[in-house]
Design a protein around this ligand. Sequence first.
Ligand code: ATR
Length: 274
Amino acid sequence: MRKKNRVLGILGNPLKQSMSPMVHNYWIKLYNLDNYYCKFQLEKIDQIKTAIRALDLQGLNVTIPYKKKIIKHLDKIDKTAKRLQAVNTIFNNKGVLEGYNTDVTGFLLGLKNIKKLNKKKPAIVLGAGGAAESVVYSLYLTGFKNIYITNRTKYKAQMIARKYKEVQAVKWIEYELVNNAGLIVNTTSLGMLGYPALPISLESVKKSTKVYDIVYNPLETKLIKDARKHKLEYVTGLSMFLGQAQESFRIWFNIKPSLSNYLIFKLKKDIKMI
Ligand code: ATR
């Protein structure tokens, strides 16, 4: 018989600041499940398939630096993960290791919070690192026809842009574009704890411009503070984080867990303590 109290966890390195255990263990308790979610901070993942099967793990989240490297260890991956060549969720389905990417669902959850989103206006995505393509793909799925991607190292932006006819790689922070954008999304590490702030001014953007920072640590980056100062509608990275976690939980347990005010309060408190 299959064990009921199967373990789940997050695979990555480093994991010190990960909020995933708190969120998933909160839901596990809330729904009276007999599981536990822990951290697997591994230096290498060559034996991961054997390990998942031997321990009969129910599932894993996958984060930096393994979102791409994990793929070759899985039995199958879904359409989104294949398109992005990145997996952030593994479901051990009776020994068959399935890979998913829930970052897109997560980003879209935040985007849905924006009241007057104008898809006809250009969207500008800052950064072309690990998280950028899930954002670009989400915007493409939402129906944005005019997406600019800008990165300090331009060729990385070009690599993403060439996969989508709606996307164009442009020079790093060009104000002519920034000031006419309907949506500005930060996917760089700038603004994150320990990094400098994003060097962008919102001084001359349109009042209708929306700002989405996928950084959630700190909760209020300089970009978000600036957006508030200029009375622009904004979304913080907390939405994307919670959205991807919610979708992973749904894949593992077939339960769409609630995003209660209490959970959000708890999470905000924990983030402040990092
Ligand atoms: P990587 O791309 O190395 O996998 P990442 O954390 O996934 O790392 O992405 C970091 C993102 O933040 C990249 O877009 C990076 O720009 P580069 O591709 O030019 O490195 C961006 N970034 C980090 N520090 C930056 C800085 N000081 N100025 C501008 N962009 C920066």
